[in-house]
Design a protein around this ligand. Structure first.
Ligand code: ADP
Length: 153
């Protein structure tokens, strides 16, 4: 059987405990999870690509099934490049669902063989987002409770 490679795409600016929870829960569903830091977004990031990548490598250093890579361009093109048939995404709310469904439909129109797998967030992380974490950091608050311990900013 072909190896089940899954891409978890996102900005991870920075990776939060919510992201890490989704990845850890999905790890047994796939042979390999590639965390893909997309760099084609129009958003200006708070943390550099190198910093985000370094943090993610440290968070998952103990698990060889989980790797991190950056990519440019369309997510489905990167899937083809790394031979991933699955895309993983997390859903916190109805708002996330509407948005994620549209992206999933688009990706499937572009490459029919790709399935997006959704996991709903764990209740304790349902309100955690990189956007709110950045706000806390920007205004001098302590965001450690939302971040894996390897992420020290
Ligand atoms: P993007 O910029 O593509 O939205 P993010 O880095 O913000 O990328 O998020 C990547 C994925 O992780 C998305 O599917 C998002 O819904 C999911 N996610 C973000 N925060 C959480 C959380 N607290 N719990 C579960 N999933 C989450």
């Amino acid at each position: 059987m072909a190896s089940r490679i899954c891409l978890f795409p996102g900005s991870f600016d920075p990776m939060t405990l919510g992201h890490a929870d989704i990845i850890n829960r999905a790890a047994d569903l796939f042979d390999t999870i590639i965390i893909g830091i997309g760099t084609n977004s129009s958003k200006q990031s708070m943390f550099s690509l190198e910093q985000r990548k370094e943090w993610i490598s440290a968070v998952f250093a103990h698990d060889s099934r989980i790797q991190v890579q950056e990519y440019h361009g369309l997510t489905v093109d990167f899937c083809k490049k790394i031979d991933a048939r699955f895309i993983l995404r997390g859903i916190r709310s109805v708002g996330d669902f509407e948005y994620e469904r549209a992206i999933s439909d688009l990706n499937k129109s572009l490459v029919p063989g790709i399935e997006t797998v959704f996991l709903t967030s764990s209740a304790r992380y349902a309100s955690v987002s990189s956007t709110l974490v950045r706000d806390v950091i920007r205004y001098g608050g302590d965001a450690r409770q939302f971040l894996p311990k390897e992420i020290v900013y």
